[in-house]
Design a protein around this ligand. Structure first.
Ligand code: SF4
Length: 430
């Protein structure tokens, strides 16, 4: 029996797809990512692991379900993930979906497939999130040289533009013993870099009397793990005590992706974010003091309701001042069901597009500067993917991309390279 997966959204969703794949493999399924033209019949299962972070995500999801049903009329279509968890009725109304599976019911997938085959009637399995962390573990991360490990789920923050707390519940953390065991499995499988991910990663351990440093130390202690990377961080959780402990973790990659969202305090208040620019800047200073070779990367939103031209200029200037090595720029997108969707002074689409271009130009210039700062230096990279032009691509510990024109290297290995140049934010090495 074949089971194919379509995954939308964040690293946590990608991890959960791996976990569902391995769950079905244990039941005798052959699993793979769905690709156009894959032959399918009544035995075939297609799991769509959804994201609902924006209205646009929902539109793409509906489009994907229509297309899959059209090209695989007999297959069993499973709709799982954040969309059905946040909007069970809307999900049930999507008649293409034979099984509607909420985040808290993923472990029941094999039984529900059996039940569907017996009845042929749509099954809806969406229940509230449990208060404890739902144990899952993976032993490999197909198609990747580094493995994500989800250590935290849920969020207690309710930022005004965000639907995630409704789709993911309250903060729940993976116990350290389970984390150690999973890391050992992945190290035994040849993974040398682990990326710790979560819905609100920095909230890790709040429910267990632990914090993020406990998780990082646990993973660093596993033999064979050469690099540990952190997913997206919330600024106000990074205390001095956590930073000091992280500084003793040799394998920790000094790349800190701290979600800023806006460089304007008035906008941050309307976003219901729990920090201001002064706190953020102070955190950057503290991290740079402890990790002089560290890089700071971020997510930045433009065009949030009420953002004036002056607010935008302030946000742009703040990003230039911090000097991020990489910025993910997002134009605010209305997410029905959030507070921000009902806020006045929504910014016109054309103005949002203009601000995106300007913030994008700033991001490109800063990425170029970050790449240029490594020229002449020897850095360690994890060799990852082969490019069409034959070059190998990998990342420095600071998550700066590097292109290497050499034949005798192995994917998944960490090697020293000399940076000889840079182009468009990518370092060139020999
Ligand atoms: S911290 Fe805010 S933006 Fe991040 S998941 Fe929680 S509510 Fe959403």
């Amino acid at each position: 029996m074949n089971a194919y997966f379509v995954t939308f959204g964040c690293k946590v969703n990608q991890y959960e797809t791996q976990a569902m794949m391995q769950q079905l493999q244990r039941c005798g399924y052959h699993t793979a990512e769905w690709t156009e033209g894959t032959p399918c019949d009544g035995e075939t299962v297609i799991v769509v692991n959804s994201c609902t972070v924006t209205g646009e995500s929902d539109r793409k999801l509906r489009q994907a379900l229509h297309r899959l049903r059209r090209c695989c009329p007999q297959a069993v279509l499973v709709l799982s993930g954040c969309f059905p968890q946040a909007f069970p009725q809307k999900a049930q109304a999507l008649t293409e979906a034979d099984i509607v599976l909420g985040n808290a019911c993923r472990d029941r997938l094999p039984q529900l497939l059996q039940a569907y085959r017996e009845t042929g009637r749509q099954i809806v399995a969406v229940v509230p999130h449990p208060s404890e962390y739902e144990e899952k573990s993976i032993r490999c991360f197909e198609g990747r040289t580094r493995a994500f490990i989800k250590i935290e789920d849920g969020c207690n923050r309710f930022c005004s533009y965000c639907i995630i707390p409704y789709a993911r519940g309250r903060v729940r953390s993976k116990p350290l013993a389970a984390l150690r065991e999973e890391t050992e499995q992945l190290a035994a499988g040849g993974y040398r870099e682990i990326v710790l991910v979560g819905i609100n990663l920095t909230a890790y351990g709040q429910d267990l009397g632990l914090n993020l440093a406990d998780a990082v130390e646990t993973v660093c202690a596993v033999p064979g793990i050469l690099r540990v990377r952190l997913g997206s961080l919330e600024p106000d959780f990074m205390t001095d005590a956590v930073i000091r402990r992280l500084a003793h973790c040799e394998q920790l990659c000094p790349q800190f992706h701290i979600a800023l969202q806006s460089g304007c305090d008035a906008t941050l208040r309307r976003m219901n974010r729990r920090y201001d620019c002064a706190l953020f800047e102070n955190l950057c200073r503290r991290l740079r003091a402890v990790f002089p070779d560290g890089t700071l990367t971020t997510d930045i939103m433009v065009g949030f309701p009420g953002e004036t031209a002056a607010d935008f200029e302030q946000s742009l200037a703040f990003c230039e001042k911090i000097g991020f090595a990489r910025m993910h720029v997002f134009a605010y997108s209305v997410r029905p069901g959030t507070v921000a969707a009902g806020l006045p002074d929504q910014v016109p689409a054309a103005e949002k597009a203009l601000r995106s271009r300007r913030m994008g130009a700033c991001a490109a210039a800063l990425a170029e500067k970050a790449a240029a700062s490594l020229v002449g230096r020897t850095v360690q990279i994890l060799v990852e993917t082969r490019q069409k032009d034959g070059a190998w691509e990998g990342y420095t510990p600071g998550y700066i991309p590097v292109r290497l024109y050499r034949k005798d290297v192995q994917p998944g290995t960490v090697i020293p390279v000399k940076i000889t140049g840079h182009v468009a934010g990518i370092c060139l090495a020999e």
